[in-house]
Design a protein around this ligand. Structure first.
Ligand SMILES: NC(=O)C1=CN([C@@H]2O[C@H](COP(=O)(O)OP(=O)(O)OC[C@H]3O[C@@H](n4cnc5c(N)ncnc54)[C@H](OP(=O)(O)O)[C@@H]3O)[C@@H](O)[C@H]2O)C=CC1
Ligand SMILES: O=C(O)CCC(=O)C(=O)O
Length: 435
């Protein structure tokens, strides 16, 4: 790596520049990428190569609805890069998902895999739909058609999807089955996050939250605070948020607020997270009506005084508008892109330690890598082995990032990008694609 002092930045890093008034996730990603490229003194060709996604596919997905109508949905799969290995990344179903968002998420996957040293490139997919309005059979037809339209993109050695927002084990099972039907053999390794009975890994469901907690504990020890003395706020109570909250609760932390789309739930004395998880299951996956907490809006929840804030819902939750009001000491980004680039310096000036998404939520892809390895070997590990290896890899990724941040005197986010981009660029040069 070259040092910041040697940097002879030219203005191509600055082009076209973020539109700071209203940032899109892709602009936020690019702003951080430019900044790290400048620190690394990356040359222009390499910069352009790594800035542009390798492949962007848009598919049209006709689905016969239960009432006989045909509805056509739009789906995306963006492969940002496959330098370190086959591309990897989740699929999200949401009414507002779009190509710009999927491009940002795909790039983040590239940097994330490099930060935790797993041999994958980055990809992401999405289908523009409201899964809450679809029946199970409509969801299955949509998923199978989306997969069929991407048969030439997916593959255990090419591009391997996984769950993300509003997708789950069942959807991964349908993807695996559709791909296998078309390959005339069972291909478990084409997708991760599958049910365990179909070749899924022990611990994958909990892996992202577990990874969030591993790096949060490492950060707490850096500021000299015991987990059982820490107060925690979690935005989002889905896969990542609920597991993060539960594991911090098990560490003895006081979880003072959590939220889902129905709103925020607050109790200064501490919420009973296991009870809330049971409530969620019994209440159609919603916290709505949970009786043992006061109400708080999702906006106010982010601004609560606490030691650890875990945004685990969606992008762009902390921007320059509310960043000045954030009072957490540590932000551990369970979600992808919850903080916009124009909030970074505000949070840094306030002395808040931000553990960036590409590090904090990398536990999911790490155990996805374990799942892919197990599927290819046909030999399955115990949960204890999965969790032990996950903790080791997350801890080592945190320590590497922390060391780079000290070496360059930069934030953890800048350090994670510098580490990741340097790794991908060095691999690219060695492969010679760049020659
Ligand atoms: N699953 C994984 O392995 C990984 C996920 N991530 C990222 O983590 C984030 C969450 O993903 P995941 O947990 O899988 O998704 P889920 O769909 O399981 O959960 C999302 C949660 O966020 C809530 N939510 C949605 N919008 C809002 C809002 N405006 N305010 C408050 N809460 C909201 C949802 O509420 P409701 O259920 O009521 O709609 C739900 O509780 C995403 O950014 C994803 O990309 C990152 C790495 C891996
Ligand atoms: O598990 C994976 O392969 C990817 C998970 C994911 O989409 C993410 O980390 O954002």
């Amino acid at each position: 790596m070259s040092s910041q002092k040697e940097n002879t930045a030219t203005n191509f890093y600055k082009e076209p520049g973020p539109k700071l008034d209203k940032e899109s996730p892709f602009e936020s990603m690019m702003e951080r990428f430019r900044n790290a490229a400048e620190i690394l003194n990356l040359d222009e060709g390499m910069f352009q190569y790594l800035a542009s996604p390798f492949k962007q596919v848009i598919v049209s997905i006709p689905v016969v609805m239960d009432d006989g109508r045909i509805e056509v949905f739009e789906g995306y799969r963006v492969i940002h890069d496959n330098v370190l290995g086959p591309s990897k990344g989740g699929i999200r179903y949401a009414p507002d998902v779009n190509l710009d968002e999927v491009k940002a998420l795909a790039s983040w996957m590239t940097w994330k895999c490099a930060v935790v040293n797993v041999p994958f490139g980055g990809a992401k997919g999405g289908v523009r739909c409201d899964p809450k309005q679809l029946s199970m059979s409509e969801l299955e037809r949509l998923t199978r058609r989306y997969t069929a339209n991407l048969l030439e993109v997916f593959g255990p050695d090419r591009d391997i999807p996984a769950p993300d927002m509003n997708t789950n084990e069942q959807i991964m099972a349908w993807i695996m089955d559709t791909y296998s039907m078309n390959s005339l053999k069972t291909e478990t390794a084409v997708v991760t996050g599958k049910p365990i009975i179909l070749g899924g890994s022990q611990g994958r469901k909990e892996a992202t939250g577990r990874g969030v907690v591993t790096v949060t504990l490492a950060a707490l020890s850096k500021i000299g605070l015991m987990p059982n003395k820490a107060t925690v706020v979690v935005q989002g109570f889905g896969n990542v948020g609920s597991i993060s909250a539960d594991l911090m609760y098990q560490q003895g932390s006081r979880i003072i607020a959590v939220s889902d789309i129905s709103g925020g739930y607050y109790n200064e004395k501490g919420l009973n997270i296991p009870e809330m998880m049971d409530y969620l299951k019994s209440n159609n996956n919603s916290l709505e009506g949970y009786p043992h907490a006061g109400a708080i809006s999702n906006e106010d929840l982010l601004e609560l005084e606490c030691d650890v804030l875990i945004p685990a819902a969606k992008e762009d939750q902390i921007s320059r508008d509310n960043a000045p009001n954030i009072k957490a000491r540590i932000i551990s980004e369970g979600a992808n892109g919850p903080v916009t680039a124009n909030a970074d310096s505000i949070l840094n000036d306030k002395g808040i330690m931000v553990i960036p998404d590409i590090l904090a939520n990398a536990g999911g892809v790490t155990v996805s890598y374990f799942e892919w390895v197990q599927d290819r070997q046909g030999y399955f590990w115990t949960e204890e082995r999965v969790n032990r290896r996950l903790n080791r890899m997350m801890r080592s990724a945190f320590d590497n990032t922390y060391a780079v941040s000290e070496q360059y005197n930069i934030t953890l986010r800048q350090a994670a990008y510098v580490y990741a981009i340097d790794r991908v660029a060095t691999t690219l040069k060695m492969r010679g694609i760049y020659a």
